[in-house]
Ligand binder design. Structure first.
Ligand code: UD1
Ligand code: CA
Length: 461
């Protein structure tokens, strides 16, 4: 089998986005547009992968520097898509086989479609194969003009250059192509810029190849949505909605109950187990993994976290970079901040915040608490309004609460501090010293009752 190389174009200005950000770094369902495209490219296991950058090139490069195997070509100034591909030539010297060209702003393309494009291109031994589709509203796209006699592609005309009869054509150029490498770069150099935009149009290659008697083929898509390009915020929202819908459909097919698919946001890398119920307005993001038989109630946002089987997250919780074990119950209105770990069957109740805190099995922090930098054992009861004072204005300090401790309500634990196994802390205490195992720690002003004080005060007046 011959080699496959991929070039992705992402140097254009993206003027219609009206944005200070590079277009390809705008997110669709939690991933930058360019990441969607690069994943499609990866699916071909290409021998080389080159991204052409130009407008805000440093920002695009910086965001992708960690991606293995990705090489960058700079296009400056940006003189059109034909000129853009030419900039990748130094990376492809000596390469042979097929070059697949993708657009950084066409994020819905499926791996299967790319494979079909390459297979058709290679089996027909074409110089170029264009991925096309028929659409209801072809405005803005290049139109595929076919020979009246044999129906083969003759040329592609851009919307801005099209005559009325060409504009009426509903078959569009996706901007995605397979090329034979051998004739490609010489032909690219012969493209001119005598057109409405004064740019070197890559689709002009079709006409050039045809004039040279080379084979140009097309592969037509059944579902044109796959090649939607993102040129505006409107299109970004459209593409995002399609990705969102596809993700929830796939999860439902795998046995996840999604009560209101239209309001549920589940990222491409999120996994959810069967028989979990996801209520409306839930956002599951990043590398989140949710087990089976969980209930994720309305208004919850979970980012880069793991929720084990059978856990229940009540309404309006935010959970980030944390682990919630089986059978645990969270919320409503809980905030679980990074590096927290809630143990099996533990409870975190309303208006409780955890940060970098471990809560052991069956332990409870049910009401109005802040627990930061704390290691809390098993079967601990953290009373309402307990606060770990973990920050002294300069540094963070740890709190350790051992197994079986009972912390009374409205307690401050001034860290660093340790509450020994099975100890009690009296309600309303400000604990500044360790409490030994089995002891009662009490640290509050002694109560004084003054009999008849109210009557005496009245008389004084
Ligand atoms: C392009 C095609 C059009 C096709 C459409 C499909 C051309 C001339 N037109 O139009 O036939 O129907 O895509 O979506 O190719 N880019 C560069 N350098 C440049 C110009 C563009 O890298 O100098 C990149 C852009 O960043 C983008 C891609 O090429 O990723 C397409 O450019 P864009 O300006 O969006 O072309 P369209 O007008 O959409
Ligand atoms: Ca485009």
């Amino acid at each position: 089998m011959s080699e496959t190389h991929v070039v992705v174009l992402a140097a254009g200005k993206g003027t219609r986005m009206m944005s200070a950000e590079p277009k390809v770094l705008h997110h669709a369902l939690g991933l930058p547009l360019i990441e969607h495209v690069l994943r499609a490219a990866d699916s071909l296991r290409p021998s080389s992968l080159v991204l052409v950058v130009g407008h805000l090139a440093e920002r695009v490069e910086a965001s992708l520097r960690k991606r293995p195997g990705l090489r960058f070509a700079l296009q400056d100034p940006q003189l059109g898509t034909g000129h853009a591909l030419l900039q990748a030539e130094p990376h492809l010297r000596g390469a042979s086989g097929t070059l697949v060209l993708l657009s950084g702003d066409v994020p819905l393309l499926r791996a299967a479609t790319l494979r079909a494009l390459v297979a058709a291109h290679q089996s027909r031994q074409a110089a170029a194969t264009v991925l096309t589709a028929r659409v209801e509203r072809p405005q803005g796209y290049g139109r595929v003009v076919r020979d009246a006699q044999d129906g083969r592609i003759s040329y592609i005309v851009e919307d801005k250059d099209a005559a009325p009869h060409e504009r009426a054509i509903d078959e569009i150029n996706s901007g995605i192509y397979a090329f034979a490498l051998e004739p490609l770069f010489p032909a690219l150099r012969s493209i001119g810029a005598a057109n409405a935009q004064g740019e070197y149009y890559l689709p002009d290659l079709v006409r050039i190849f045809r004039e040279r008697g080379l084979v140009v083929e097309t592969v037509s898509l059944d579902d044109a949505r796959e090649i939607l390009g993102v040129n505006s915020r409107r299109e970004l929202a459209d593409v995002t909605a399609i990705l969102r819908n596809a993700r929830v459909e796939a999860l439902m097919a795998d046995g996840v109950s999604i009560v209101d698919p239209a309001s549920t946001w589940i990222g491409p890398d999120v996994l959810v187990g069967a028989d979990t119920i996801v209520h409306p307005n839930v956002h599951l993001e990043g590398r989140t993994r949710i087990g089976s038989n969980c209930v994720i109630n309305a208004g919850v946002r979970i980012v880069d976290s793991t929720i084990d089987d059978g856990a229940i997250v009540h309404n309006f919780c935010v959970i980030t970079e944390s682990h919630i074990a089986s059978g645990a119950r969270i919320g409503p209105f809980a905030h679980i901040r990074p590096l927290s770990d809630v143990g099996e069957n533990a409870h975190v109740g309303n208006f409780t915040e955890l940060k970098k805190t471990t809560l052991g099995k069956r332990s409870k922090a049910n009401h109005l608490s802040y627990l930061g930098d704390a290691t809390i054992g098993e079967d601990v009861n953290v009373g309402a309004g307990t606060i770990t004072c973990n920050y002294d204005g300069t540094a963070k300090h740890p709190t350790v609460i051992e197994d079986g401790v009972f912390v009374g309500s409205d307690t401050q634990l001034v860290a660093p501090v340790r509450i020994g196994k099975g100890a009690y802390v009296a309600a309303g205490s400000s604990i500044v010293e360790d409490v030994p195992a089995g002891a009662l720690g009490i640290a509050r002003g002694k109560q004084v009752n003054k009999p008849g004080w109210v009557e005496k005060r009245k008389k004084k007046r």
